[in-house]
Design a protein around this ligand. Structure first.
Ligand SMILES: [Zn+2]
Length: 391
């Protein structure tokens, strides 16, 4: 831990960050195991089939059966999971002094999240089950095309329709910062990308900087908790990093990677689910009562591929860091903003390599600071060499 302190991280805060990380990890293992067990029990004890039979007493229209099955099933799961979510998202966040949110605001957010995800999941499930019924052999390829288009639309509307449901935001008003940004955008050959302030301070103490959106909705988003607590040099650095993501077209690349993984997931589902479904004595794959098994399959699939996705993401983050260091040329501001961000967000700056490989979508704070120090050393050496040559 000592070298972490010499890099500028707060030793005590970092100790708490490690503790917090372990707490969350243990919790997610419990949540996953319980969900796994619950789905198997729901299927084994015929609860899923009973729900479908109950609904079919009232209607025989396929899409209505699916909608009601999902509405009842999803609401049930949501209520069951609520205490665990409350512990993880509210109590734990307050215990570690990360949250500023009131209980009322939290439950309100949960309800909004529930409605939103219900509508989105319903859309996806209705279309996939329609394809399973109508074009059974190629359901997965057409589903893949649909999912890819769906994820592009989601990326496009996220900053203008989805994120404002939870956080208010507005274009930044600081003229000085705006001017500097335009200078960078010019230097980076980027035409127009707006910078927005997101008001997260009423809910969390964490600081956030991100690039979001596609085409005309593309924008850099900085939280109020960041804009209010960081120096102009540090904020400039963070904007430079986000510009790096923009220049390297990382959002587009993430969408393509996501689409490729989705192709693999749907292909595997097509190959494996038939057998699984027969094992649990369902007549056909398009039986809506088998939906929890599909859910379980994709939960496992995404868990297995997440270290690969994280590795790709860490590489993109390194690229954006390098881009920022070269564009802004202020490694000291980079280093101080990095140590501040890790401490503020209670992010373990020096995780075990296995933990970093499995769960970290950004390189560890320690690695990022060391990288900036190397960069600083290089420009210093170059300056000395140049001045020797100049003499
Ligand atoms: Zn980034």
């Amino acid at each position: 831990m000592s070298d972490i302190a010499t890099l500028g991280f707060d030793k005590e805060v970092q100790k708490r960050a490690k503790e917090y990380d372990w707490h969350r990890l243990k919790l997610s293992i419990v949540v996953f195991s319980l969900s796994f067990l619950a789905i198997i029990l729901i299927i084994e004890f015929g609860i899923s089939t009973a729900l479908k039979d109950f609904i079919t007493q009232y209607t025989s229209v396929e899409w209505v059966i699916i909608a009601l099955f999902l509405l009842i099933g999803y609401s049930f799961v949501w209520v069951i999971m609520l205490p665990l979510n409350f512990y993880e998202d509210f109590l734990l966040e307050h215990k570690y002094d990360l949250s500023t949110q009131t209980g009322k605001s939290w439950i309100f957010d949960r309800l909004k999240g529930f409605m939103l995800s219900l509508v989105l999941i319903l859309g996806v499930v209705e279309i996939v089950y329609y394809l399973l019924r109508e074009v059974s052999e190629f359901w997965w390829i057409i589903s893949w095309v649909f999912m890819t288009i769906f994820s592009i639309i989601m990326a496009y509307v996220a900053p203008v329709l989805l994120m404002p449901i939870f956080y208010k935001y507005e274009p930044i008003s600081d003229d000085n910062l705006k001017k500097r940004l335009l200078g960078f955008a010019d230097k980076a050959n980027v035409k127009a990308v707006g910078v927005f302030k997101m008001k997260v301070g009423v809910k969390t103490k964490r600081a956030v900087g991100a690039l979001a959106g596609l085409f005309r909705t593309r924008r850099i988003i900085l939280s109020d908790t960041l804009l209010e607590n960081y120096t102009t040099d540090e904020i400039e650095g963070i904007i430079g990093h986000e510009l790096g993501h923009h220049v390297y077209k990382h959002i587009g690349k993430i969408l393509i990677e996501g689409s490729m993984f989705m192709f693999l997931g749907l292909f595997l589902a097509d190959q494996l689910m038939e057998g699984v479904i027969q094992y649990f004595e369902f007549k056909e794959i398009s039986d809506i009562a088998a939906l929890p098994l599909f859910g379980l399959f994709f939960a496992i699939f995404f868990m297995v591929i997440s270290p690969i996705e994280n590795t790709i993401s860490r590489r993109a983050e390194r690229q954006a860091d390098q881009y920022e260091l070269e564009l802004v040329q202020k490694p000291d501001a980079f280093i101080s903003s990095m140590t501040k961000l890790c401490d503020q967000n209670l992010r373990d700056a020096d995780p075990h390599p296995i933990i970093e490989f499995l769960f970290y979508d950004h390189p560890s704070g320690k690695k990022r600071v060391e990288h900036a120090m190397e960069f600083k050393l290089n420009i210093q050496t170059n300056t000395v060499n140049m001045s020797i040559v100049g003499k």
